[in-house]
Design a protein around this ligand. Sequence first.
Ligand code: GUN
Length: 286
Amino acid sequence: MSNIIDGKAVSALERAKIKSETELFIKENGYAPGLAVVIVGDDSASKVYVKNKHNACLEVGFLSRVYELTESTTERELLSLIDALNSDSEIHGILVQLPLPRHLDEKKVIARIDPDKDVDAFHVQNVGKIVLGDYDFLPCTPAGIMVLLRESNIEIAGKECVIVGRSNIVGKPMALLMLHANATVTICHSKTQNLKEVTKRADILIVAIGKAKFVTSDMVKEGAVVIDVGMDRDENGKLCGDVDFESVSKIASAITPVPGGVGPMTITMLLQNTLTAAKKAALASK
Ligand code: GUN
């Protein structure tokens, strides 16, 4: 049986550090770090995520503003709200919850966010900095995974890391972070041939494809570290990951559960990015 990587416990420790750094920040500057979250439309999952972000901000002492816009919001209206937030000195981080309704151009919207307030690290300027290994913000999920690996004392340098999934939010930046940490990195996707042969090479296997229990024990090397980014529903409607936890946990040396693994870290990293943005802005104004 493998070690279960406890994302809730690591997240609680990280949030406690952020909270005490925030107290210090407020003492030194006389105001709190501020995050604005913009949600357009009625997607129920997105609403839950946004509420969790708001509550997390309050928990660590941030200013939190949530803008709930109707489904019929025009691109012009959304862009003009972003412009206003870009020049709002109380706001240090801006997050536009994705996905957006189809009539809104995600790329254009993300491009409008001031890169210094882009706490998702989705803006091309921040993506470019990540490629070069010289960044202020990291996308929250890959950043959270790096903290989980660090806190679990898992060595990365020289290891074979296989990532299943190539999204801009997780797979691609994850590959870059593992590369910066000196892993040998392979990215797999829906067109990869002999997937099982590739995943079996992994010392560290990271799965982010959104398919319930897709990775089974025959795809995993004995003793591998398995990180499951999935948030899926099984045949009974129960929350589960992209990895078949029951079988894979018998052969992995360490594994993240779903829920309680990667998920809790994502919002914690958003808090970290917002604090970093506020500190940078405070320094620039001095
Ligand atoms: N929707 C799902 N995950 C994310 C995220 O990390 N950031 C944003 N902005 N939207 C999301």
